[in-house]
Design a protein around this ligand. Structure first.
Ligand code: 3PG
Length: 417
């Protein structure tokens, strides 16, 4: 038991039907019917391998895309092929979630065999819009079709989907109400590393917050400042531009119009309050970059041209941020410093990732763009911990108990008759 949650060490899974919820949600190439990345699939291989090698009859449940972000809403069939390759053994697939075909298939599994069910979100009760509209309690989730159909077949529920642990959906929170439950190895690693890090980070502890996910960034900033976890917050991207505007700096009409047009105006007022309270901890850029006809230009704060579209931090700011990162003992990064996909505006992000690569600090990164930047700048081996979760990581950092963590704690008290 760790953090009130049981681990798979506590169960003998031989010949037992184990329902395991994984997060193997990846960008999809619909035309080719393939996945554009396999990073999340690779991350949950240790749990799947261990359970199968210990003789479990293993049933994997996963979502792919969502009803909210439809472009990746897809079958999990390609995932079974990738998993089979990674494991070096067949992962069977069935185009069903909890209908008679899936039930029959589950009942016919032999020890060590692995079955991946189709996208759980093909069942309406699993959809994110359903979650948000109905707000079912965990007890009510145990009454859904998915749980009523599959739980009676199983001996144990394992959740290895830390990246989806902020979701309150039956495949994530319903089974723990009726089945003995444990976290998988990836969940254990993600949740325990982050919990320990947040409880007692080695100091100085620096957060680097950039990108354009404003609501998430401000939520995170407030939380780590109020909880006195962060000693410094280095800001980049749109997050920095909003804070600069809140401080009363002239960021140019072009950038200001962009903030207002994107409906981020309310964050300027929010930023004013946060900045006033924590100006000794929040570090703002002293120079910024923009492009003119594709050519990179830089300007100091105070002399930003009226129509400049700000797309990166400047060279002085980049050097200052590198120094902070190299002098820290813990560094947490979420979001790039600018549009790092383009050569003219990647300087700041590249500089931050260079420092992440050679600092002696314990480094943690999370979020899709940060993972992409880590791959682009070839720093995967140098980062101490890469979290598979984006939204889940942010919710975790707010200090609120994640729905899946709550459910797994409940499940720790359930025994099978
Ligand atoms: C993610 O991609 O962050 C997780 O797989 C959760 O996906 P969701 O935001 O569609 O629930």
């Amino acid at each position: 038991m760790r953090f009130g949650i049981r681990t798979i060490d506590e169960f003998d899974v031989k010949d037992k039907i184990v329902l395991c919820r994984v997060d193997i949600n990846q960008p999809v190439d619909r035309e080719k019917g393939t996945l554009k990345s396999t990073a999340r699939i690779e991350a949950c291989v240790p749990t799947i391998k261990e359970l199968s090698e210990k003789g479990a009859k293993l049933v994997l449940m996963a979502h792919q895309g969502s009803d909210i972000e439809y472009k990746n809403f897809y079958t999990t069939e390609p995932h079974s092929k990738v998993l089979s390759q990674l494991l070096g053994k067949e992962v069977q697939f069935i185009p069903d979630v909890c209908g008679p075909a899936a039930i029959e298939k589950i009942q016919s599994l032999n020890a060590g065999e692995i079955l991946l069910l189709d996208n759980v979100r093909f069942v309406s009760e699993e959809q994110t819009l359903f979650e948000q509209k109905l707000c079912l309690s965990h007890e009510e989730q145990a009454q859904t079709l998915l749980v009523r159909r599959l739980a009676p077949l199983a001996d144990l529920y394992v959740c290895d989907a830390f990246a989806a642990s902020h979701r309150d959906q039956p495949s994530l929170c319903g089974f723990e109400q009726v089945l003995p439950s444990a976290m998988g190895r990836l969940f254990e690693k993600e949740y325990c590393v982050l919990s320990e890090l947040m409880e007692a980070p080695e100091r100085p502890c620096t957060f680097v917050l950039g990108g354009a996910k404003i609501a998430d960034a401000f939520l995170m900033m407030e939380t780590v400042l109020n909880a006195s976890v962060a000693d410094h917050i280095l800001t980049g991207g749109l997050v920095a531009n909003i804070l600069l505007a809140a401080k009363g700096e002239d960021i140019g009409k072009g950038s200001m119009d962009f903030i207002l047009k994107s409906n981020y105006g309310e964050y300027i007022d929010k930023a004013k309050v946060i900045y006033e309270k924590y100006q000794d901890k929040i570090v703002l850029p002293t120079d910024l970059a923009y492009t003119e006809d594709g050519v990179r230009k830089e300007a100091k704060i105070g002399s930003i041209p009226e129509q400049a579209g700000l797309t990166d931090i400047g060279a002085d700011t980049s050097a200052a941020y590198q120094k902070y990162i190299r002098e820290s003992k813990t560094v947490f990064v979420n979001g790039p410093m600018g549009i790092f996909e383009e050569e003219a505006t990647e300087y700041g992000t590249k500089a931050v990732w260079e420092a992440l690569g050679d600092t002696e600090a314990y480094t943690v990164i999370g979020g899709g763009d940060s993972i992409t930047a880590t791959t682009k700048y070839d720093k995967t081996a140098a980062i101490s911990y890469i979290c598979t979760g984006g939204g889940a990581l942010i919710r975790f950092l707010t200090g609120e108990e994640l729905p899946v963590v709550k459910a797994l704690r409940h499940g720790a008290g359930i025994t099978k008759e």
